[in-house]
Write a protein that binds this ligand. Structure first.
Ligand code: GLY
Ligand code: MN
Ligand code: MN
Length: 441
């Protein structure tokens, strides 16, 4: 896998340079310095949070374990990678792979920030853009820190993924699907949330800090907490359901996958999981270039409403449930978002590289993507249907609305939490590739 990704990296880097060149010219810079950042220390402690280089650095170089490294690029020239590796007997110094992607850079190995500043000082002064959360202390005045317009332009330029990026996301899905399979088995063996999580990690072959986001492992009622963050060490009695929202990573790109399982194949919850899965696959047919994501979201709201109605969770038509404001109490989030180097990838609400905002529909404040879809976008498609007491409680006493809800059925489904089905879709020139369904086989 690594070798085939390396074969694609050269063309990716050429495209990154082309897009960055346009942005630099617009902002009238002659040089780009992208510093990876440094580990962040815990306040008044000598430990550090897990290190992760920022997305633009990873876009340029999949160097994930060498804090303090930096890319330097002057348009028209080969990019240079200042690879930071100090001699250290406390820690294992990082090592660059031999061959592969680093061959596209001139490599300058530096032992410290000061050594890097010294190496830069030997170069002619140029109007330089500095992209990092670390200030460019000690660098010449021609280095301008974090120009906002340039950040925006580069983030907008990240919307369309290259072939290499899609291959990384395909692999992140393949690893994530292995993790999900292992976690599903742990769930059916009635493992605790913690044990299911450990099974997921083992299935992916990744440690926790490599994951693109903290896995959501909700057994029973916990499945109704959208970003549930606990890992209970004991499994409940009885075990009813699992909502697992967990992804793996590949070269800094992450998958974002959700599956929901019922312990028993019988009963209304299992039927609900099946209905949501079918609805999600139907909805996927609309994920094509030129489609307006806001419309896909509205189609998902209608799909959830129809399921609420046909499962008799609401005592009215789907249309009426939506008009009465009931549907979004069961589906309070957006249908999906951009995916890539960040789980909620950037530029989902931007019409252009000046960050002109395409507003969210007022009734959908959680929607993270409002754009027209283009080839190269990678998006998640993640309808949900949950039994969230804090959203439903006010209706229990609402004279006008309470009879529209089947409280006996709702109360019998609440202990199962809810359902979410989430796939990652890569837009092609005519449709999409469902990276997740392919990975599950
Ligand atoms: N895993 C967070 C999300 O699905 O957006
Ligand atoms: Mn997710
Ligand atoms: Mn998601």
């Amino acid at each position: 896998m690594s070798a085939s990704l390396d074969l694609l990296f050269g063309a990716h880097l050429q495209e990154v340079m082309r897009r960055s060149g346009v942005a630099l010219a617009d902002s009238q810079f002659d040089r780009l310095l992208i510093h990876a950042g440094e580990p962040v220390g815990v306040f008044r402690d000598d430990t550090e949070y897990p290190y992760k280089p920022h997305a633009i650095f990873r876009w340029w170089a999949p160097l994930l374990d060498a804090p303090g490294s930096m890319v330097e690029w002057i348009p028209g020239e080969r990019p240079r990678l200042y690879f930071r590796a100090a001699t250290d007997f406390w820690y294992q110094p990082p090592q660059l792979p031999v061959g592969g992607w680093p061959e596209h850079f001139d490599i300058v190995t530096v032992s410290s920030w000061e050594a890097m500043v010294e190496a830069l000082a030997k170069q002619p002064a140029r109007k330089t853009a500095w992209l990092s959360d670390r200030p460019p202390t000690g660098l010449p005045e021609c280095v301008q820190s974090s120009p906002a317009a340039l950040w925006q332009q580069l983030e907008f330029a990240r919307s369309r993924k290259t072939g290499y990026e899609i291959a990384c996301l395909r692999e992140a899905n393949a690893l994530g699907a292995k993790g999900h399979r292992a976690a599903e088995a742990a769930f059916h063996a009635e493992g605790s949330e913690f044990e299911i999580h450990q099974a997921f990690l083992a299935g992916c072959g990744q440690r926790e800090q490599e994951l693109p986001y903290n896995a959501i492992v909700g057994v029973n009622e916990a499945a109704s907490v959208l970003h549930y963050q606990i890992l209970k060490r004991r499994s409940p009695t009885p075990v009813r359901s699992l909502l697992l929202d967990a992804g793996a990573s590949c070269r800094g790109y992450g998958s974002d996958i959700t599956r929901t399982y019922a312990r028993s194949a019988e009963g209304p919850f299992s039927a609900l999981v099946e209905a949501m899965d079918q609805m999600q696959q139907g909805l996927a047919q609309q994920v094509v270039p030129g489609a307006d994501w806001k419309e896909i979201h509205l189609a998902a709201v209608r799909g959830v409403a129809d399921i609420l109605s046909s499962a008799e969770i609401v005592r009215c038509s789907g249309e009426e449930a939506t008009a009465l404001g009931l549907t979004r109490l069961f589906f309070p989030h957006g249908i999906g978002h951009m995916l890539g180097l960040q789980v909620h990838d950037v530029a989902g609400l931007w019409a252009d590289d000046r960050a002109t905002t395409i507003p969210r529909p007022p009734q959908d404040p959680a929607l993270r993507l409002t754009r027209i879809l283009e080839p190269g976008f990678v998006v998640t498609l993640e309808p949900g249907l949950y039994f969230i007491e804090s959203l439903l409680a006010p209706l229990r006493h609402d004279a006008a609305l309470r009879e529209k809800l089947n409280w006996a059925l709702i109360d019998s489904l609440k202990p199962f939490g809810g359902v979410r089905i989430e796939d990652n879709l890569a837009l092609t020139s005519t449709g999409h590739e469902n990276l997740t369904r392919v990975a599950f086989g």
